[in-house]
Design a protein around this ligand. Structure first.
Ligand code: AMP
Length: 346
């Protein structure tokens, strides 16, 4: 089978690395001639809305998926006319807009932070009045890794944030006083079978995921699975989905969903019987899903900007290095390492 992937970054690269042993082939659309997934398949080098290249992908691929959310919806609609695209356009659209996403959580009875749509300064002031401070203002679309968002702590911050962000659709959210950030990664097949990975506990620096721990047997697992199941079934979802959550100690609140494989579950490559990448491919290819159980404990560390000394890293027992082969650049995810253990890590 040939799998089309929109986006040729590290997620596409790890999908291809998981799919090649299954006999799958890849065709990858990415405008960067040095896209790090490109060496693993046929590279269509051009824009995500290049109709000629989308036609080539639609003709050659048996199924198409994507590695990031901000794929133009026109491209997904275009491809969907002639080839299966998973997850669906509806799943992508819902997750792309924080208001749609949070409204869905609310409608499904899944706890989330209080939120309000902000279209003008008057909306913002009344949202601040009803939600209270601290609060967090975010762009409704195109936000990732904490970009396009500000914490409002005092009245003076409200005007400042408005001056900065006015002109794009916004959401105001109540500030969650969480004890930890966690995520649950789930996979659903076309036939409706669902499997869950053990949750990940995630530590961020400057809005970017820095470290994730696999947490087999965590007390909140069942609750997190319940939330994810409702969403997967509601969206008739096919593939891997990540749900980011805030654990306040009293409540488990949803933050956002990612309709794709997720950085917080890179540990599944070495730490689960079947990785999230393989299971995403199995789901979209209508193959049986693989076992999602953990086979130990894993700590994953993201390398942001550059990869530390390789010899030193590789001298660490049970460490696996994943070098994405990307140019070093501040703030860029260029690789990660996982450290595996048979006992719990800290
Ligand atoms: P996001 O872009 O929604 O994933 O947010 C990036 C990071 O900002 C999250 O991982 C949290 O650390 C923090 N954050 C986002 N939304 C909230 C919120 N409503 N309350 C508290 N912290 C938040």
């Amino acid at each position: 089978m040939i799998i089309g992937i929109i986006g040729g970054g590290q997620l596409a690269r790890m999908l291809a690395l998981a799919g090649i042993p299954l006999g799958l082939k890849f065709i990858i659309l990415d405008p960067d001639k040095d896209a790090c997934a490109a060496p693993l398949g046929e590279h269509l080098c051009g824009d995500y809305d290049d109709t000629e290249l989308l036609k080539v992908m639609a003709n050659k691929a048996d199924v198409v998926t994507f590695e990031f959310e901000n794929v133009p919806s026109s491209s997904i609609a275009f491809l969907s006319n002639s080839v299966d695209v998973f997850p669906s356009e509806q799943s992508l659209e819902t997750s792309n807009d924080r208001i749609c996403e949070k409204t869905m959580f609310k409608d499904l009875g899944i706890p989330t932070v209080p939120f309000a749509n902000v279209e003008n300064e008057k909306d913002l002031n009344s949202a601040v009045n009803s939600i209270g401070l601290p609060a967090i203002i975010k762009t409704r679309t195109m936000g990732y890794d904490g970009k396009g968002q500000y914490v409002l702590r005092e009245a003076g911050d409200v005007k400042k944030a408005w001056d900065e962000l006015a002109g794009v659709p916004l959401i105001l959210e109540g500030f969650a006083k969480f004890q930890r950030e966690v995520s649950i990664i789930a996979v659903r097949s076309k036939q409706g079978e669902i499997r869950f990975y053990p949750i990940s506990e995630n530590l961020h620096e400057d809005g970017i995921l820095k470290t994730a721990f696999s947490m087999p047997d965590d007390a909140i697992q069942a609750k997190a699975e319940g939330y994810a199941k409702r969403i997967l079934e509601h969206l008739n979802y096919v593939g891997v989905m990540a749900l980011e959550l805030f654990d306040t100690g009293e409540e488990l609140l949803t933050n956002e969903l990612a309709p794709r494989v997720h950085n917080s579950a890179h540990w599944t490559i070495e730490g689960a019987v079947t990785s999230q990448f393989e299971n995403h491919l199995r789901a979209i290819c209508k193959l049986p899903l693989g076992n999602t159980e953990a086979n130990g404990y894993v700590k994953m560390i993201n390398f942001i900007g550059e990869i530390p000394d390789r010899a030193e890293l590789l001298a660490t027992p049970s460490l696996h290095l994943h070098d994405y082969n990307k140019q070093a650049r501040p703030g860029r995810k260029v690789g990660h390492a996982t450290i595996w253990s048979s006992s719990k890590l800290k």
